[in-house]
Design a protein around this ligand. Sequence first.
Ligand SMILES: [Fe+2]
Length: 113
Amino acid sequence: MKLFKCEVCNYIHTGDDAPDKCPKCGAPKEKFAELNEEATTKVVRSEFSNTLHMELYNVLQEVEDIAEAGIEDDLDPGCVAIFNKAKEQAIFLRKMIVAELEIHMKKGKWGAE
Ligand SMILES: [Fe+2]
C-alpha cells in the first residue's frame, strides 16, 4: 500500500498513485508527495492504537456522565465518594489520551484510516 500526503492540507490518500486532485482542499496532483517506507510504517502501525485511544476516550466520557448522575443522586457519602473518584479518574485518563495523541500526530503516527 502506498500513501500520498497533500502538502497543502496534510490529507493522506491511500492507493497506487496520487489522486488527480486533493479531495479535501482541491490541490493538484503535483502537491502530493509519496510517504517513504518509514513514514508509511508509522502511519499504518499506529492506526489500531489510535482507534483504541479514541474508543477509550468515548467510553471515559460515558464514565464521567454516569459518575455525574451518581453524584447528583447523592444516596449516601460512600456512593458519592466512588462517583467523585470515577469522574476524577475519567477526566485524568482523557487528558492523558489527548496528550498521547498529540505526540502521535507530531511524530507522524497519524494519517490514513
Ligand atoms: Fe489537500
